[in-house]
Design a protein around this ligand. Structure first.
Ligand SMILES: NC(=O)c1ccc[n+]([C@@H]2O[C@H](COP(=O)([O-])OP(=O)(O)OC[C@H]3O[C@@H](n4cnc5c(N)ncnc54)[C@H](OP(=O)(O)O)[C@@H]3O)[C@@H](O)[C@H]2O)c1
Length: 337
């Protein structure tokens, strides 16, 4: 086994130290085209060897299959793996496109038991509320999550796609270790309120889709090139004229990558890692991959540093992106700001 190469960072003010880059496991079960289970499982092992310790899943990924997929790996490496999962998004077997949001305490208690069963563990290291239902008082939802900590079912709490004000309100009910929201060269709306609040409260920021769901790697140009059931076909910034316009925004990433002898993915990830210094908070991105080669490429980016000129060249990119990141932006924090 090779020695860990990744530096570590604290998961909030009282959480464990984790590798400064985590692994998003979602695509191993759903959303981004066909999967190869053997390669996905080998990627989990390779990640741990490389010093990745934070592994990210959710109850909705593959409608529970993603938790079941990574469960044996988590159990086999229980003392080294920090497993994060999420509740709040409800699906229906008879309507694959249905997404409901549930934050009520009864749902929280039922959801955690189901996730523990699928993962096959006694305790979840980091339990996120995946989406916010503004109809349920935040104190009730986070209060229920705090009961899970007290009951020993969960170690640390996290939130996803909440505003800065919601993060402050939740943190006053129970310490929040991590905020997971989309943050990349292409998606910077979190910098308005969520990032400053996380920095002020000592909450670790876990950027999801740091590679812009693959678009920032230059590996696809338009949603129409993707598998029929690929979720990116429904996301406005990847479709039609938006995709063509947004592809031209990759030019500065390409120039930096060529000059430095690295890949576009590595430039995109280095930019996200360097947000830590720019905004004064802990940043632990969780790029998703199902392949060992990409895992090695992505973890190498954690120690790549972009210079001031390179950061300046990337600065205007997000402001020029056309098309929202979700078809329904009420599904995101910015929809409530
Ligand atoms: N909280 C939330 O609401 C939320 C939402 C979305 C995602 N997430 C979490 O965040 C994780 C990461 O986000 P994401 O998977 O949506 O997007 P991402 O990490 O930005 O991009 C993943 C895509 O990029 C490809 N890729 C990865 N490394 C690459 C490389 N070096 N070169 C070329 N292509 C590469 C992957 O394909 P291959 O697998 O083929 O490498 C996949 O299609 C997810 O796995 C999930 O755990 C959370």
């Amino acid at each position: 086994m090779s020695l860990p190469t990744l530096p570590t960072a604290p998961l909030g003010s009282d959480g464990p130290a984790v590798g400064v880059q985590g692994l998003g496991c979602m695509g191993m079960s759903e959303f981004y085209g066909p999967t190869d289970t053997a390669e996905a499982l080998a990627t989990l092992d390779a990640a741990l060897d490389a010093g990745v310790t934070l592994f990210d899943t959710a109850d909705i990924y593959g409608a529970g299959r993603n938790e079941e997929l990574i469960g044996p790996f988590v159990r086999a490496n229980r003392d080294r793996v920090v497993v994060a999962t999420k509740f709040a998004v409800e699906r229906r077997a008879d309507d694959p496109s249905y997404r409901g949001i549930r934050n009520d305490p009864a749902y929280v208690h039922a959801a955690v038991d189901a996730s523990l069963r699928r993962l096959g563990v006694d305790v979840i290291d980091l339990y996120y509320m995946h989406r916010r239902d503004p109809a349920v008082p935040l104190a009730e939802s986070v209060g229920a999550m705090a009961e899970l900590v007290k009951a020993g079912k969960v170690r640390h709490l996290g939130l996803s796609e909440v505003t800065g004000a919601e993060l402050r309100e939740a943190h006053a009910v129970h310490p929040i270790a991590a905020l997971q929201s989309e943050w990349s060269v292409f998606a910077r709306d979190v910098e308005r309120s969520a990032v400053p609040a996380a920095a002020e409260l000592g909450v670790a920021f876990v950027p999801y889709s740091p590679l812009g769901r693959g678009f920032l790697t230059g590996s696809f140009g338009a949603a129409e090139e993707l598998a029929a059931d690929d979720v990116r076909r429904t996301q406005p910034r990847f479709t039609g004229a938006n995709a063509a316009a947004n592809a031209t925004l990759l030019d500065p990433l390409r120039s930096i990558a060529e000059a430095r002898g690295v890949t576009l993915a590595q430039v995109a990830l280095a930019w996200v890692h360097q947000r830590a210094e720019v905004h004064g908070l802990t940043v632990i991105p969780i790029p998703g991959t199902r392949k060992r080669t990409r895992l090695a490429e992505n973890t190498a980016a954690a120690t790549l540093r972009l210079g001031a000129d390179e950061l300046a060249a990337l600065e205007p990119v997000a402001g020029r992106v056309t098309g929202d990141r979700y078809p329904d932006m009420s599904f995101t924090s910015v929809g409530r700001e």
